[in-house]
Design a protein around this ligand. Sequence first.
Ligand SMILES: Cc1ncc(COP(=O)(O)OP(=O)(O)O)c(N)n1
Ligand SMILES: Cc1ncsc1CCOP(=O)(O)O
Ligand SMILES: [Mg+2]
Length: 552
Amino acid sequence: MGCLGTISYTFFLLSYSSRNPIRSGPEGFQFSRALKSSSRSMYRGLSLRTSMGEETAASMARQDERPSRGIECSVRKVPHVLTVAGSDSGAGAGIQADLKACGALGVYCSTVITAVTAQNTVGVQGVHHVPEEFVGEQLKSVLSDMHVDVVKPLKAALVVDPVMVSTSGDVLAAPSILSVFREELLPMADIVTPNLKEASALLGGVQLETVSDMYSAAKSIQSLGPRNVLVKGGDLPASKDAVDIFFDGEHFHELRASRIKTCNTHGTGCTLASCIAAELAKGSSMLPAVKVAKRFVEVALDYSKDIIIGNGFQGPFDHLFKLSRVCNSCKGQRFKPSDLFLYAVTDSGMNKKWGHSITDVVKAAIEGGATIVQLREKVAETRDFFKTAEECLEMCRSYGVPLLINDRVDVALAIDADGVHIGQSDMPARVARILLGPEKIIGVSCKTPEQAEQAWLDGADYIGCGGVFPTTTKENNLTIGLEGLKTVCLASKLPVVAIGGIGVGNAHSVMKIGIPSLKGVAVVSALFDRECVTTATKMLHSVLMDVVSTPN
Ligand SMILES: Cc1ncc(COP(=O)(O)OP(=O)(O)O)c(N)n1
Ligand SMILES: Cc1ncsc1CCOP(=O)(O)O
Ligand SMILES: [Mg+2]
C-alpha cells in the first residue's frame, strides 16, 4: 500500500509583519484580490460534498491517484495554518514568528510572503515588496497542492492581524490601506486582532484610552463585518495587567494576563494571531483559541525576559522555550567525561541522620572537590524535590558543576537541570533523550556489556557501572565486583563511572583497573554518611588524585 497522504485543514492567517510598512491602497487592493482569486480557484478545483459517504469515496479515489512516496504510512490529520505575511530578517515577527508559534503549538504552517523586510531589534532598514502576481503564485502553489487531500468539507478561517501602527507608535501603513481593511478584509475575517492604535485607525482616529473605550471599539469594529474582534490593550496607559477585549457580536469577554516586565516583546501581535490560527486549525472554537493564544504569549514573554538578542530597544522572544536553557547550560560545553572523576550522589536519609540540609551538603561536596552532583531523593514529595532541586541547581551553577537528577526526568526538565541519571527500570534512555533534547546529560546504570551497548545506541552520555562492592545504600543490588566492572569498561563505547561501596579504602583499587573508559567513582555514603561532608570529599579526592598522578 502506498502512502495515503495527509489530510489538511487550512486556515488563513492574514497578517503583515509588524514594522513591515504596507504601502498605499492599490497594493492592498491587489493583494486582497490575489488572495480572493487564488482561494476561488482552489474552491473551483475541489468538489465539496456534504455527505460523508460521498466525501470519503471521493477522497479515496483521489488518494489512489496519488503517486506513492515509497513508504508505508497511514492517513493522519495535520492541522495546517497558511500564513500570508511579511518576512522579518530579525525573525522576531512576521512569517518567522508565525512559523515558530505554529511549530510550538504543534501545527503545520505554510507561508506566502508578501514582503521581505530588512529589520533588526533597532528598527526597519528596508522593505522589498513581493510583486502581487508572485504573491498569487505562492498562494496557488500552496493551495493547489495542500488542499487536494481535504476529505471533509473545507474549513477555512481567516484571522486578520491588521498591522498598521506598532505598539511603539510606528505608522506601518498608509491611510489608504484603511479602506482595504474596512471594505475587503474585515468582512471576510473570522477574527480581527487590532492593537489600540490600529483599532483607533480603523475607527477613523477615535481616542482609546480606557478599558471602557476598548469595549466600544470592539463593538464598532465588529459592525464592520468580522465575526469576532479582539482589541488588544497591551499599550493601554496605566494598566497593571495586559487587558484585551473580545467581542463575538453578542458577548464581551475581558481577558487579562499579567504584564511581563521585558523589552523582548517584538512580534507579540503576530504571535498572538498565529496562535489563534493554530488553535483554530486544531479544532478549537474561537474564544478558547484566543485564551490559549494569550496565555502562550504571556508564558513565552515571561520565559524570554532575560534573553538578549540584538542591541536595540525591542528584542524578540523565544517561542520554543529553548534559548534560555541553552544560555544557562554549564560553561557552554555540554558534557565532559572528566566531570565523572568524583561523582557525588546525595541521599536524604543520610542527611536526616546527620541533620544536614541538602543544599549544605551539595555545597560541602563541591567545596571538597566533587566534580558532578546527582540528586537522588527517593522519598521526597514532588513539590519539595522540585524546590530543593532548584536551590541546588543555583548552587551548582555558581560553582560551574553539573547537576543531574536521579530518575525524575520531569523534575530535570522543570528546573532545567543539566541532565538525569536513569537505571534499567526507569524511563528508557531513548525516550529521556527525546524529552530532554540533545543538550542534556544522560547517564544510564549498566551491569553488562549489552546494557552498555544499548545505552550508547539510546544516546546516553555515560554509564554508571555497579554495584562494584556490596553496599547497604541500595537494596537488592547485584554486586558485579572489579571483574564485572572491567568487562563493562572494556566493552563500553561511553565513559564509565564506577559505583557501589566505594570509599577512601578501595577507590584506589577501582581506578587501578586502568581501563581508559573508566573516568571516576560515584559515591553516596563515603561522602554523605559523614559528619563533615567537605572533609570526607577532600579525602576521597586526594586518593583519586594519587591514582592519576602515580605512574603504573
Ligand atoms: C552514577 C550512578 N550510577 C548508577 C546509579 C543507579 O541508578 P539506578 O540503577 O536507577 O538506581 P537508583 O539510583 O535509581 O536507585 C546511580 N544512581 N548513579
Ligand atoms: C545507587 C547505587 N547504584 C548502584 S550501587 C548504588 C549505591 C551506592 O551507594 P554507596 O556509595 O553508599 O555504596
Ligand atoms: Mg533509578
